[in-house]
Design a protein around this ligand. Structure first.
Ligand SMILES: Cc1cc2nc3c(=O)[nH]c(=O)nc-3n(C[C@H](O)[C@H](O)[C@H](O)COP(=O)(O)O)c2cc1C
Length: 176
């Protein structure tokens, strides 16, 4: 699958078969995460790759939209160190997208579950993640939990191109 095909094929997959994610695939997801661009190349991230069933079941309760995580054989927590790093959200989001696109290229399905408390409005969810995963208190923010597995749902690739949100040369010039 070439990159363009993988980008269009990436969809949020929330149902998985019971098949495990292989160690080789997990290693590729790890490499993909660390390959992301980063402001000043500070790379203010940390990733926790979780296979343990009980831990995943706890992560599935983090908020209203994380329920699929106990069925995903692999969950990746994307953490950012916000101290002195104004780019932590962009950097960690780039890493998260790399994980999703690589998962797609490997024939896996994945879903990004947003975890930043200010956005989800799920009070205490980041602290709860930190508690479950043994993350030292105070230093790390939790950008996302990503569920990964072999897809039990198949969604069509799509472009989602919105011409009304596209300009050429100057804002509002709709064509070349
Ligand atoms: C920042 C962010 C937070 C998201 N949080 C959740 C979530 O908590 N639970 C969930 O099931 N999907 C979540 N999603 C996935 C979106 O619902 C999904 O990307 C969107 O509906 C478009 O569908 P697609 O991914 O198949 O293109 C999130 C996506 C992003 C980028």
């Amino acid at each position: 699958m070439d990159t363009f095909d993988a980008l269009l094929a990436r969809r949020s997959i929330r149902r998985y078969t019971r098949e495990d994610v292989s160690p080789e695939a997990e290693q590729k997801l790890i490499e993909a995460a660390f390959a992301a661009p980063s402001g000043n190349n500070a790379r203010p991230w940390h990733f926790v790759f979780v296979r343990n069933r009980e831990t995943r079941a706890q992560l599935a309760t983090m908020h209203e939209w994380t329920g699929m995580l106990d069925k995903a054989p692999l969950v990746v927590a994307v953490l950012g160190n916000a101290d002195d790093n104004p780019w932590w959200i962009e950097d960690c989001a780039a890493a998260a997208e790399n994980i999703l696109v690589e998962a797609t290229a490997l024939g896996l399905g994945a879903v990004w579950c947003g975890m930043r408390e200010d956005a989800t409005e799920a009070v205490g969810c980041e602290a709860a993640c930190c508690m479950v995963l043994g993350i030292p208190v105070g230093k790390w923010r939790v950008l996302a939990l990503i569920g990964v597995g072999h897809p039990a749902a198949h969604k069509q690739p799509r472009t989602q191109l919105q011409p009304g949100k596209l300009s050429f040369e100057r804002f509002g010039k709709r064509s070349r």
